[in-house]
Design a protein around this ligand. Sequence first.
Ligand code: MG
Length: 411
Amino acid sequence: MPQSPKPGARANPERPSPKTLALIVAAGRGTRAKRHDEDGPKQYRRLDGESVLNRTIRQFTSHPAVDAVCVLIHADDETLYLESVTAHEKLLSPVIGGVTRQESVYNGLRAFLGNQPEHVLIHDGVRPFISHAIISANLEALESTESALTAIAITDTIKDVDESGLIKGTIPRERLWAAQTPQSFAFPAIYKAHELAAFEGRNNFTDDTSLAEWQGLPTTIVAGSRANIKLTMPEDFPDFDTDREQKMTRETRIGNGYDVHAFEEGDAVILCGLPIPHDRKLKGHSDADVALHALTDAVLGAIGDGDIGMHFPPSDPQWKGATSDQFLVHALDRVAALDGRVINLDVTIVCEAPKIGPHREALRASIARITGLDARRISVKATTSERLGFTGRKEGIAALASASIELPALP
Ligand code: MG
């Protein structure tokens, strides 16, 4: 029995003693091309900015009962692997696979001989839609069996066709199942099967449960899923891309806001986060920044998330004297939580005094600073009300605001 990986099977120096190991088989070659595009190996193709393989790895590393994940890669793909796979907790260094799938898995198993896990789940790198539920079902099956196969019942009618293309008959499908992965085993049992096959020169097993069957190991079926597709044919990808594109459709929302604060004794008003010298100040529970209050309501309005008074009740003493930048930042956090993006903010300040014009660019820059937005997405305007009404009588300042926000489209 070999006690160490043969040259070419890279050891994992950081290897812990996992109870449950996932081996992800990604050593196959689509073509010679070593690229991320459609000509490259399918496990390295990108879907929505992430490689197929990284997505597959993520499903295993994020499962709480999987202790370690190791990927079997082609010797030519080390650079591609490093470019395509991000750091994951539990992910060990890759092991170089072999010429066949069987040889690749054998290399992977041998790399863990010195530190045997109890269970090993063997999974195709090109099945990125594996669910946690299927992984859990495999682990549950291993409580009572040494070999489990993820599979789905065949629902198509299956025909037996002769060499001339004529149908000879219909094969009863009641007992037919299509194999998927993961295929899961007690580590010593599947290792022994692989070792014997290698010893006898049997190298034509296309999956691991075939080896288990050959060794007479009873294998339990675990219900798979149609979603757990193996991305094999070129047409598997465009379907997925179209589907994702539909899911990624965005829509634009508009919100408006309005606010008023009265003047009282003071020496400056706070507008857009900046003090503007004046012979009065604005009265309010917070710093009474009427412009930021209107903008906050505009943002909340665009995402249908109530208003500033609901998020920051004036009755709550913690907002007494608060600076209003935190209200706007909070509204923007709500946008970010919805995977949204601000397109632009526009505010109009209505007052006879102080004069806003000379401060307009500074106010715009201040909003840019508070929001982190490019100043070109921000507009600050000012007007008087022709001495009419409360603003015309210099009793206070009003502000009107609009926000345009892009969000994932509702169905
Ligand atoms: Mg207000």
